[in-house]
Design a binder for this molecule. Structure first.
Ligand code: IVH
Length: 690
């Protein structure tokens, strides 16, 4: 056989074997015998041995995995991999339904057909297909970028290496959930125990651990599965409704969870939720609730995204699993931001398959409210991925030895007086880097992957450097190399270090001297400011100087600047107060100013080529056809800034009926005023343009 014949034959085999994989693994209706199947595999193997460079990306030989040693590469997602908001009861679910209608400006009882799907307790993956071939697979990571685990995903039998049929888009991304069945999980743990290896806490951890193996032959030996629940291509939606999309996915050879159901009205959704709560017990994989997704994809687009979650979907979680145990002690922990959290030390008990030996009691008030005492018998619960909590103490089982817990006024670590912010329940230690527990956690956070990402400074090393007084604040990290050079006890002579590791550490630290603005804001550890909020702040203030200058002027009671801060979508008053308070503490400001001597902060470059970039819009009055929130979201999607007051900086005002003060202000400032119809035309024209 010559090269071109071999190439053709390999293509034929890849497609044919994919087809038989689907019939065997997904449909359980094999059309050929195992012997015939093995013969096809062998034929493929032999041809590949003869023409190694003709091995295809969708070749069945990838199913067995291949040993790799390097790290996983990062993959930036084309569109962020979002998460879901949760509701836990009927009332909250009804509120979600109402919110949909309010946003879409529909009457309260307007039907919005919605698809219910089990929420699989696994981990999400994104799969890329080019001309039908599976070419790239990634984990979710932080939602913006994940890890390239293509070789590992190729070993998952539910994932087609070549799409079935020929009516698929040229380029396609499919998303879904990787999971492990309960039996396979138990089997795996059993064999790990026999080999003296630690067992996995639950099937989800087992699936995650198996997928993130650098050696994909190990992944191949672990029975992973995949349910597809979403697909997109660059050109936009592939279908008009979510149900059609699920059907399409099946025709391409994916396994879609069989328990999805299109519900037309609220009662039907609730009934299905109840039905599935019972069905759950019989499933051989874990689900922790149902995901409800608005079926109409045009509505999905209109609803858009808020924070990290789409408005069109919600996870309606199942009730938690419970167990009874005893509170053996109550201890206090100091968190990264100084918050003091009481934690119940429990007699270990299994709840929903996981051993629970500690549960947060949140704060003093919670202990009083639930009247939980040391030696009490309590009910603990765990709901899916939610951390264990104490539901209540069983008063009828209370012993005479039970002791009421007295919360201290001083930090359990550094003994400084605890502080209570008015309006907040938690007590806080404000000693910052002066408190050992806090300092270590703040440093760990500072160097963590999503912050400065300094490899070689893991938790253990941070604790060690702290203990030796070598790193007690973030600034010390950047002066460590200099101090080390003049030290008699050079790090490279420490046990377990050596020249190379030390050099790697300097390299990692030096790399972190240049840092994007949002990462630095996240890294300095302002209470409540996670990655998402840090990004919002970076996007708004653009440079660290401007951010700092603004926040410090708030300290001097600049009401205008404070208002500007709270007007950033996603930043409420609580967060704004925490940001301001953070910089009010001298030691934090000093730390940040010290840091700026050592790091170069990259300004936040916002794409300013969106159709309405640089424009500031104010909405006023009541709009007829869309809600105010939707109008705002339309404007922001197109790059505009939405403000709540009219000023000379306002580009135009969109006025609905009954507009009052703002309309007046617009007229007196000579700002252009347009009506709703004109606004919709701008949206339509700009959307076509972008
Ligand atoms: S849709 C817009 N559907 O739940 C978010 N997610 O909490 C896209 N998950 O990261 C997810 N089953 O890992 C969707 N039927 C399902 C799901 C599901 C499990 C996971 C997924 C996601 C997480 C969000």
């Amino acid at each position: 056989m010559d090269r071109s014949q071999a190439a053709k034959e390999l293509e034929r085999l890849a497609k044919l074997i994919s087809q038989h994989d689907y019939l065997y693994f997904t449909m359980a209706i094999p059309e050929i015998s195992d012997i015939q199947y093995d013969a096809l595999i062998k034929q493929n193997q032999e041809l590949e041995a003869q023409f190694p460079d003709l091995r295809r990306l969708d070749s069945p030989s990838h199913r067995i995995g291949s040993p790799v040693s390097s790290q996983f590469d990062k993959v930036k997602h084309r569109k962020p991999m979002l998460s879901l908001d949760n509701v836990f009861n009927e009332k909250e679910f009804l509120e979600f339904q109402k919110k949909l209608r309010r946003f879409l400006k529909m009457p309260e009882d307007f039907p919005i057909p919605t698809v219910a799907e089990p929420k699989i307790d696994g981990l999400s993956a994104s799969l890329h297909y080019q001309d039908g071939q599976f070419v790239l697979g990634a984990t979710r990571g932080d939602g913006q970028a994940g890890e390239n685990v293509t070789a590992n995903l190729r070993t998952v039998r539910d994932i087609p290496l070549h799409l079935l049929g020929d009516s698929f888009p040229k380029s396609l991304e499919v998303r879904g959930e990787i999971y492990m069945t309960l039996e396979d999980f138990e089997e795996l743990n059993k064999s790990r125990k026999q080999q003296n290896e630690s067992d996995f806490a639950n099937p989800r951890n087992a699936a995650a651990g198996s997928l993130r193996q650098l050696d994909s032959t190990i992944t191949a030996s672990r029975p992973l599965h995949f349910f597809a629940y979403y697909a997109q291509n660059l050109e936009g939606n592939l279908t008009k409704t979510h149900s059609e999309l699920l059907e399409k996915l099946q025709t391409w050879g994916f396994t879609v969870n069989p328990y999805h159901k299109l519900c037309n009205e609220f009662g039907e959704m609730l009934a299905y939720y109840q039905e599935m709560q019972e069905t759950r017990e019989q499933l051989n994989y874990e689900i922790d609730g149902l995901v409800f997704k608005v079926n109409d994809q045009l509505l999905q687009e209109r609803l858009g995204v808020v924070g990290r979650a789409p408005r069109h979907s919600i996870a309606f979680k199942f009730a938690a699993e419970q167990a009874e145990t005893v509170v053996e002690d109550i201890i206090l922990q100091v968190g990264r931001t100084g918050v003091i959290t009481p934690v119940a030390v429990l007699r270990p008990v299994i709840v929903g398959g996981v051993t629970v030996s500690r549960a947060s009691l949140h704060n003093e008030e919670e202990i009083r409210r639930k009247d939980i005492r040391i030696n009490d018998t309590v009910i603990v619960q765990r709901a899916g991925d939610v951390i264990p909590q104490i539901v209540k103490a069983l008063e009828n089982k209370r012993l005479s030895t039970s002791q009421i817990y007295n919360f201290t006024d001083n930090c359990p670590c550094c003994n400084s007086k605890l502080h209570k912010t008015p309006g907040q329940i938690a007590k806080r230690c404000l000693n910052g880097f002066g408190c050992e527990d806090q300092a270590i956690q703040r440093l760990i956070h500072f160097v963590s992957r999503d912050a400065l990402n300094i490899d070689g400074l893991g938790e253990k090393n941070i604790a060690k450097f702290y203990g030796l007084n070598l790193i007690t604040s973030p600034v010390d990290i950047f002066t460590l190399e200099g101090r080390n050079q003049s030290s008699k006890e050079s790090i490279e002579n420490w046990e377990g270090w050596g020249k190379q590791s030390t050099q790697n550490l300097w390299d990692a630290i030096n790399k972190a001297r240049t840092i994007p603005l949002d990462r630095l804001i996240y890294a300095i550890g302002i209470p409540q400011i996670g990655q998402t909020t840090a990004k919002l702040l970076a996007k708004h203030y653009k440079t660290f100087e401007k951010f700092l200058e603004n926040i410090i002027s708030v300290n001097q009671n600049d009401a205008k600047v404070y208002k500007e801060l709270t007007e950033i979508e996603g930043i409420g008053h609580g967060m704004a107060r925490d940001i301001v308070d953070f910089f009010q503490q001298k030691h934090n400001l000093q730390m940040v100013e010290g840091l700026l001597q050592h790091v170069n902060v990259l300004p936040c470059e916002v794409s300013d080529n969106l159709p309405l970039s640089g424009k500031t819009i104010v909405f006023t009055g009541s709009l007829e056809n869309i809600s105010r929130s939707e109008a705002k979201s339309q404007a922001e999607k197109l790059g505009a800034k939405v403000a709540s007051t009219v000023s000379a900086q306002t580009t135009f005002v969109v006025a609905g009926s009954n507009a009052g003060q703002k309309l007046k202000a617009a007229h007196s400032l000579n700002v252009t005023v347009i009506d709703e119809a004109k606004w919709q035309k701008i949206v339509k024209d700009s959307t076509a343009q972008s």
